[in-house]
Structures are given as structure tokens and as C-alpha cells.
Design a protein around this ligand. Sequence first.
Ligand code: ZN
Ligand code: ZN
Length: 366
Amino acid sequence: MRWKWMLFLFSALLSSSLANAQNVRIGVLGIFHPRQLDLTSGNGNAIVVTAAGKTFFLQPGSPAGNLQIHASGNELFLKIADKELHASEIHAAGRNQDATDFMLSVPGKIERRYRGTLDVKVVDSELVPVVTMDLETAVASVVQAESLAGTSFEALKAQAVVTRSYLVAGGGRHAEFDFCDLTHCQSLQEAPRPGSPAALATEATRDLIITFDEKAVAAMFTRSCGGHTLTPADIGISSRGYPYFSVDCDFCHKNPVRWSRGLSREDAAILSDHHEAARLSVDRRLGWNAIPSNNFKARETETEIVLQGVGQGHGVGLCQRGARAMAEEGADFRKIIDHYFPNTTLVRRAALTVPIQLDRKLALPD
Ligand SMILES: [Zn+2]
Ligand SMILES: [Zn+2]
């Protein structure tokens, strides 16, 4: 019975495409602590907004083309043309509740373009915008934000695989969404334009993730390692999923990024165990990147302690600087991943048993 086979094939196709579809929820623009946001269409199509049980349309080019969202106590106050409305949350999407292009701005500070759907609510008197976007859009946006201009294509592909693995297996560090758009999770701004190196590197590695013991790895990366990478245990992070390994990084070994920093005895004592949580707590007080890495030696002078270090970032996982150098010397992305993540296997996401087993044991400090 041919139709039975047709039905079987159709349902197999449907379930495989469902298994492939994955969205991630990114909390955006939080660094601006927004109390007002403006929402407009990004492509000339209307946006459907749902709030307080009502539905209305943002029509580009009309007086109702722009939605102002204000935080008012612990509620939203919305203005569209001459309409005003209070709501606890809003949802914005395309005509069929699908992803759409939109512009979101914190007036006077920033405007960004996103593709996905948008939810906004108020937490502690601040607006919390969350963009739900396709996994591959998120990967391309992170590759764009996290890579230096001119990075070799194979290094961009390695970054795409690492980023995708983290987005698939990580998360759980935020209550209202899966990932923020800062280096706390991974930096994410706008999607790269089609045909750009970041977009092409993402397409070329579509769906590929790093696995260990048949589980997705929440893969970490660092700007530069100083000559060898560190394990989570080296910097006081517990990791019961992928154990990580300290690997040599030839380029950083020959040309380490060096830094030095004078500190009070009290601050130096906090850093003496080289733990990432301590480094971040001192950074929060003295300024971002005040202590660039966990790889340093301390020297005492009459007045202070001087830290002399190498590397940038926590030092665990893929070294972006070393990966660029490997790619320039002819390594492909598989060789780069294999070097920084020994004993792992690259697989298509769909090839893993569903649901994908998460590696959420990695307890990164906040
Ligand atoms: Zn985060
Ligand atoms: Zn390195």
C-alpha cells in the first residue's frame, strides 16, 4: 500500500524537522537597564503584539508603526499611536506567530535589529526583553560578535561549533531566559548579513556540536590562553560532564599576551588561589578586565603586590587566538576542535538521542 509509505515518510520528515528545530531565548540589552524600549518593524511587515488579552498591529509607515514600552512600577505601560495600555507582559511576533525582523531600541542609547519573537516584562522596575530566536541565528550572531575582523574561515567555523555546543548544552544561569547577550554567557548583538564570513561559517557547520560520552558539551572558549589552556578544576569550577584537558597552545606559548597589574595586599590575597570567581569579583570592583586572566605570578614590592600574567579570559576550552593561528597554518575546524577538546566527537544534533542530554554540571561563577 503505497499511501501508507507516503504517510510514513511524511511523518518521519515531520518529526525529523521538529527534532531539528530549536529556539533559544536570549535576554537582550540588559546592560542598559532599560526603563523604556521602542519596538518597530525591521522589514516593512506588520508586527502582531499581544498584551493584556488584546491584540494589535504595528503597521510600518503609519502612526501605529511604533510601540513605546515603559516600566511603570512592576507593570508595563504601552503607547501605540493614541492608544495607552497597562499590561504585565507583552508578546510580539509575525502574522502567524512566527519569527519576524524587528528593531528594538533603548532610546538615546542603542538600537539593534533582531529576528525572532519578542517578550517583555518588568523585573525589579526594569524592562526585561527576551528574544526567542532560531539556534542557527543565535550561533551566527555570536560568531559575529565574538570574532575579530579578518579571522580565518576555519577558525570561524570552529567558533560556530563551540558556540552552538554551548547554546545547546549550557544555559540555566538566568531565571527569565536561557542566555544573556554579554560575555557572562556569550556576546550577541545582531545577526550578520547573509554571505558574511560569520554567516557562512555558521551555515558550513550547521547542526554540528561537540559531544563527550554521547552528551552535548557546554563548550567554553577564551580570548587567549598564554601557552596552555586550563581545566575548570584549575580555576575552581566544578565540572562533572566533559572533564576538559590542559593542552599546549603553540602560538600563545611563543607569543603570549603579557599583562601586569599592581594590587593591594588584600586584593592579591583574594586572588591567590587563581579561582575564576575571585577574579570576576575583583574585576567587578576594579573594572572589567582589571585582572585579565587566571594565569599569573605575584611579586611583592614595598608598597603593593604586582601580578605578572599571560593570557586573556578564564583560559578554559578553545583558545581563540591559538585557533586563529592554527587556521592560518592550514588546520581545518575539526583539527582545531580536536586540539582544544581532546576525546570529543563532532556529531549532527539530530543524530543524538532526543532529548539531547545536557552538560549543565559546569558551575560557572556569575
Ligand atoms: Zn549570562
Ligand atoms: Zn592560546
